[in-house]
Design a protein around this ligand. Structure first.
Ligand code: PXL
Length: 264
């Protein structure tokens, strides 16, 4: 059995975070293990997010459990604090983990919480240099690369180059449907060649958890031994199906359907 770790937060509503990761690992026949960094709860009246951090010692104990078992690949999601980013980086180095997907989660969709710039700096300095691949959205790519807002494929290429210069082995920037482009495009770059991954835009707002699901699918594919580029292409197909079958959970949120690729 292939095994994967997710170091991430809990989304109580079930669409994103470790919930998305575990569901996605399961769909890929990968055994998931979790080191929880934070717990996100949503207010019933307006769905505003409330984040409770887990103390770093407790995160370390979870990592020690999981790393004593051993893993084939791992991903990071919401990390919450510089201490946890430092801990994650030092465990990756200590255990010489070599299939590491860094999803540089900065804010949740729809939330305009103040960014924590110290977390962005720590991710850039400590996690990108040990990333097999990082999976920023347009906003995160602009923050990591320091290019500012990205609007088009040329801007994505410029940011991708900077992110490789910062030490990541590979990057896929999720343009999604926000980009000024008639398709939903993601840009993969391995330091030598660009690959544009294009899909028709899906007319839905029910796409909560798409980013986590995409990064988790890449992680599962790497755990199975797929080369990085193939892992990304397969993950894009997986998440496209999940978005196509996104559904309304309540008046505030609609998650992707994590199992759609296998069941629809
Ligand atoms: O989609 C980003 C994200 C990641 N992780 C957790 C979240 C969210 C957004 O809601 O709650 C735990």
């Amino acid at each position: 059995m292939k095994k994967a770790l997710t170091l991430a937060g809990s989304d109580s509503s079930g669409g994103a975070g470790i919930q998305a990761d575990l569901k996605t690992f399961q769909e890929h026949d990968v055994y998931g293990m979790t080191a929880l960094t934070s717990i996100v709860a949503m207010a019933p009246n307006n769905w505003s997010h409330d984040v409770t951090p887990i103390d770093v010692k407790t995160v370390e104990k979870q990592l020690n459990t999981i790393l004593s078992v051993g893993i084939d690949a791992m991903k990071t999601g919401m990390l919450g604090s510089v201490d946890i980013i430092e801990l994650g980086a030092s465990k990756i180095k200590e255990h010489k983990l070599d299939k590491v997907v860094i999803d540089p989660v900065m804010v949740c969709k729809g939330e305009d919480e103040v960014l924590q710039p110290e977390n962005t700096d720590a991710m850039r300095e400590l996690l990108l240099p040990i990333a097999t691949i990082t999976t920023p959205n347009l906003f995160e790519a602009g923050q990591l690369a320091g290019t500012g807002p990205i609007h088009d494929v040329d801007g994505m290429k410029e940011a991708a180059k900077k992110i490789i210069d910062l030490g990541a082995e590979n990057v896929v920037i999720k343009g999604g449907k926000a980009l000024e482009h008639d398709k939903a495009v993601d840009l993969f770059y391995d330091g030598s060649d660009f690959l544009l991954l294009e899909k028709d835009k899906v007319a839905t707002n029910y796409n909560h958890g798409a980013g986590c699901t995409f990064a988790a699918a890449i992680t599962a594919n790497l755990a199975h031994g797929m080369p990085v580029k193939e892992a990304v292409i397969a993950a894009k197909n997986f998440v496209h199906a999940a978005i196509t079958h996104g559904w309304k959970l309540n008046q505030f949120v609609g998650p992707v359907m994590h199992g759609a690729f296998n069941t629809k």
